[in-house]
Design a protein around this ligand. Structure first.
Ligand code: CMP
Length: 146
């Protein structure tokens, strides 16, 4: 069904000049951009966003990295958007990510993997992650052919 999904360009993409390239991938695919901003996460926002990984050994590194520079939280809309985006992004581990996926083409290591997307197997993920970054009035409703 038509749905909205949360995606975030990470600080390593800014450092490497890949921000436009990454946003363009979703645009080329025909997904609809309904929300986006450039921001830098506070420690608290980062800990909330990655709360599910709190007990993992890499949690502190993850929070340090995601707060180390700017990010672009975005909301993309489309048919089956969550699954589509996950497919386009590729596996978390760049060594496993297929060529042609965003991580398969650009990611360097597990931590610096240029983009985050809500997990399609976690039902509440989109709603929760979108609410962390956007107020309702920051998401725009529009038709491509107005
Ligand atoms: P992301 O999709 O943003 O969700 C959680 C992130 O944790 C993941 O991408 C990786 O960047 C990061 N991550 C997962 N496993 C490891 C690991 N073993 N070491 C460092 N970072 C990791």
């Amino acid at each position: 069904q038509r749905e909205r999904t949360f995606v975030m360009v990470k600080p390593d993409a800014f450092q490497r000049g890949l921000v436009g390239e990454i946003i363009g991938r979703f645009e080329d695919r025909g997904l609809k951009l309904v929300g986006a901003k450039v921001t830098r996460l506070s420690q608290k926002q980062a800990e909330d966003h990655y709360g599910e990984h709190e007990d993992k050994p890499f949690f502190d590194d993850l929070v340090e990295f995601i707060t180390s520079g700017p990010v672009v939280p975005m909301v993309w809309e489309g048919e089956d958007a969550t699954r589509q985006v996950r497919q386009m992004i590729g596996a978390t581990d760049p060594a496993e990510a297929a060529p042609g996926t965003i991580r398969g083409d650009y990611a360097v290591d597990l931590g610096r993997n240029v983009v985050h997307a809500a997990d399609h197997e976690d039902e509440g993920a989109n709603e929760r992650e979108i609410a962390l970054f956007f107020d309702d009035d920051e998401l725009v409703e529009y038709d491509f052919h107005e």
